[in-house]
Design a protein. Sequence first.
Length: 117
Amino acid sequence: VQLQASGGGFVQAGGSLRLSCAASGITLSKYDMAWYRQAPEVQRELVASISWRGLKKYADSVKGGFVISRDNDKSTVYLQMNSLSPEDTAVYYCNARPNWDPRRNYWGQGTQVTVSS
């Protein structure tokens, strides 16, 4: 299983970025997918998730600004991030869990997002 995250970068406050997570070695439609983030000296936190059925959940801190989506045909998950603030600065990680065994966890390598004030 490989999860390749991309799309991070440097952006000014109020700007937007779209992260992509390209999955290989799995049938994406059978996996619950999520984005996590980790800032320096802070515990990794769940940002958004989308179940294999398409049910979406968001952290309170990003509701209204971030949108998670998936394209099973392209085996890719996206995170559209709007109205970014410096507090969103972190390394963002893609996560995959098979719907038949949520105890399993697969992680991507992370992509850095830096938001300047």
